[in-house]
Design a protein around this ligand. Sequence first.
Ligand code: ATP
Ligand code: MG
Length: 420
Amino acid sequence: MTIFQAPKGTYDLIPPDSAKYLAVREAIAAPLRNSGYGYVETPGFENVELFARGVGESTDIVTKEMYAFETKGGDRLALRPEGTASVLRAALEANLHKSGNLPVKLWYSGSYYRYERPQKGRYRHFSQVGAEAIGAEDPALDTELIVLADQAYRSLGLSGFRILLNSLGDRECRPVYREALQGFLRGLDLDEDTRRRVDINPLRVLDDKRESVRKQLVGAPLLRDHLCDACKAYHEEVRELLTAASVPFEDDERLVRGLDYYTRTTFEFVHDGLGSQSAVGGGGRYDGLSEMIGGPALPSVGWALGVDRTVLALEAEGIALELPASTSVFAVPLGEEARRALFAVVTGLRRAGVAADFSYGGKGLKGAMKSANRSGARYALVAGERDLADGVLQLKDMESGEQAPVALDSAVEEIRARLA
Ligand code: ATP
Ligand code: MG
């Protein structure tokens, strides 16, 4: 018989750890919900061209990481490697940008797929929560997003992260810089792949993590020195608003991002406890993306935070999230008659909003109490024939060990009152 395993580069979320993932998604979403962002959900796959054109032909994502396939009907699709292109596509398709209410602010949460070399913090299936603000050019909007991500991480108790900030310029100043950079890079000793990258997307070369490349990049021209006045003023405003919001950041003139569509404000959240997969999230402004995928000019900004790496960051900082107990009351029936009576009480408790569970499988008292212990329940609710004859159930406080009878008729109300 075949024993199946999760595919390479993937892993399952299993209780109790899976609760952390839900809590992280919730913590990232909460500040967004509270700031005018509406929930959007798009398909797990899209027309492959959406990513090839949107994310950029020269990116790692498109050249080697994409799960692309042809359907039986002959459509060329790809599992989504990122969220922004899909969300913008959906907003355009639904004409949200014509609502007269810009920016359109959306948030999302889901699975993403990249054919990467698996290692700690880098998987082929991973999870992101993201936010996009579509159709407005306003430094306060860029700042809002950075502030909300900062708030999300802090609400989880994280403190070991840093915000790296840069501006990538716009269609005025970036081409001039690009040429200057290409001139510099063409004078270096680089392998064939990297030389090709110099032609297609030279900014990406600045992001090369190999030491052999890094040491040659000392003295490379910096975009900072080529920014046009408008980009400079915009960037300065973002920096000032962040400072006013008491969100510390570091200027990183070498920060570029893996995707081709970014312009102006670019940022990354890095966590120092994660080793080489240190980016827990990233984003920036993408003023040209809408036009690249066939839409009107819609200057926009967004980010995506990695849920997997955020969980790793929590572990690195030794943070145990305070997760609500999944079970408050665990019912332990002794005998057939008690089983029916307690099952009804458990149903009543659940309908009244109390988290309750039941000992299934006809376990004896010892085994059932073990289950009650494992469930983390505050109370065990025990009943045998004699209790039922007296019209009571025994409520056992799992912390103190104290036990007291509660009337069967009013058990639900009484237990609810005690838990409140
Ligand atoms: P990296 O430089 O680490 O490859 P990236 O620039 O490709 O990151 P983005 O596309 O900006 O990452 O995605 C945003 C976030 O999603 C990242 O900061 C990271 O936390 C997470 N992420 C990206 N790729 C993966 C992956 N393969 N496995 C787990 N998390 C990932
Ligand atoms: Mg990557």
